[in-house]
Design a protein around this ligand. Structure first.
Ligand SMILES: Cc1cc2nc3c(=O)[nH]c(=O)nc-3n(C[C@H](O)[C@H](O)[C@H](O)COP(=O)(O)OP(=O)(O)OC[C@H]3O[C@@H](n4cnc5c(N)ncnc54)[C@H](O)[C@@H]3O)c2cc1C
Length: 372
């Protein structure tokens, strides 16, 4: 069996690696270079503090995979399980996230609630005056996204997979109910099955065949300070505006916020983001007032109405998509890679991924739009 995967981001490489390990002939077509889309722009948050059983149990299985990924790929992938602290700024948010901890605990995730007093006592770096409380999941944390991308790339090649670049996929050639080949600027590539995991490039390939999936683009922006002595543990998320804060392996404080500009087109940083992030960061972590911001960047994230990934067959029997990660691609790619590869080999949809199928996404008119 021969499979072509489009896009060498974390998602495409994980799927391709898992196919290659299972003996499939795989070719990845990439228009630029591995990780050049979103995958190396991410902060690398990995957590299980979701609001429903399906997402929580997938997050738990994925965390188990991440714990063993360095060994499986024979590549150093730093996964820091320093904990993940979700902070609420009003009583409604606190009630909501405490409610979710009950589902998380019932599925074996070690989440605990903390009052403002407990937060101040435990984390002296935190100014908790605007915080009413939070929840902490101890086994969660962050992963180094570059390492995951390079680890899967190495694993793919070691198992006989190929990565062809630069190869820009322009469209699909279909024959009845099957896709026959992909048109690229390097010619046509034929295979038995095809996976589109090209991030923001996916929809234009689908549209060339009259197909589509319901996503909107949300700009996510990030900054990094100069390297500082280590002081920030666990990783922090401010629930109100989904601000994520972590200290990188080099000591930089990195802070990420999804923005709500109506029609984002480019990945330029904005002054508004720097202003908002600096205000919020220094209010929460006052010692950062003296820190210098060295870099900032942004990425365009395909986001679905229900804020879940889209994974599964679309339009043709041998065509699958893996996208619309809505900002969860790093934390879910290892498990999605396993499940999608099994579905492609058996020809049967993955039961675990059915809630993420294109059909399910279209039927779910945005009920969980609390995650932008
Ligand atoms: C600032 C920021 C912070 C984030 N933080 C987190 C986080 O903490 N945790 C988390 O889980 N997720 C996070 N995310 C989201 C995460 O980065 C993505 O979910 C993930 O990287 C998606 O991976 P991907 O492989 O689907 O897409 P991408 O990494 O975008 O890869 C797609 C690839 O396809 C290639 N391509 C595109 N079009 C074509 C074409 N026509 N032909 C051939 N190749 C093509 C591109 O060049 C690219 O290499 C963050 C995103 C941003 C922007």
């Amino acid at each position: 069996m021969r499979v072509i995967v489009v896009g060498a981001g974390i998602m495409g490489l994980s799927i391709a690696y898992n196919l290659a390990v299972r003996g499939v002939e795989v070719i990845v077509l990439e228009s630029r270079y591995p990780g050049s889309g979103l995958s190396v722009r991410a902060i690398g948050a990995v957590h299980s503090q979701w609001d429903n059983e399906h997402d929580i149990s997938l997050a738990k299985r994925n965390r188990d995979l991440l714990e063993h990924l360095s060994g499986a790929l024979d590549f150093n992938i730093p996964f820091r399980q320093d904990g993940y602290l979700l902070l609420a700024t009003d009583e409604d948010q606190l009630m909501q996230i405490k409610e979710y901890t009950k589902i998380q605990q019932s599925l074996g995730i070690e989440t605990t609630s903390l009052s403002r007093q407990e937060l101040s006592r435990r984390y002296s770096m935190l100014d908790a005056s605007s915080i009413v409380g939070g929840t902490l999941s101890r086994g969660d944390g962050s992963i180094h996204p570059f390492s995951v991308v390079f680890g899967y790339w190495k694993g793919l090649l070691e198992h006989g997979g190929k990565l062809l670049r630069p190869a820009l996929v322009k469209g699909l050639e279909a024959n009845g109910e099957q896709v026959r080949g992909l048109d690229t600027d390097q010619g046509t590539y034929e295979a038995d099955a095809f996976v589109l995991s090209a991030g923001v490039g996916t929809r234009s390939i689908l549209r060339s065949a009259g197909l589509d999936v319901p996503t909107v683009i949300v700009r996510h922006e990030m900054l990094a300070t100069e390297p500082l002595k280590f002081f920030l543990k666990p990783m922090i998320e401010l629930y109100r505006d989904r601000m994520y804060i972590n200290q990188s392996l080099r000591g930089e404080i990195i802070c990420h916020i999804p923005r709500t500009d109506p029609n984002p087109k480019d990945t330029k940083s904005t002054l508004e983001f720097l202003d908002d992030a600096a205000t919020e960061l220094t209010a929460l972590l006052p010692s950062l007032r003296a820190a210098k911001v060295l870099r900032s960047w942004a990425g365009l994230v395909e986001t679905t109405p229900n804020s879940e990934p889209i994974c599964g067959r679309v339009g043709y029997g041998n065509l699958s998509v893996a996208l619309g990660d809505s900002g969860k691609g790093i934390m879910l790619a290892p498990l999605i890679g396993e499940l999608m590869s099994e579905a492609i080999i058996t020809g049967e949809p993955s039961a675990d991924l059915l809630p993420y199928s294109p059909q399910a996404t279209m039927n779910d008119g945005g009920t969980k739009a609390n995650y932008i």
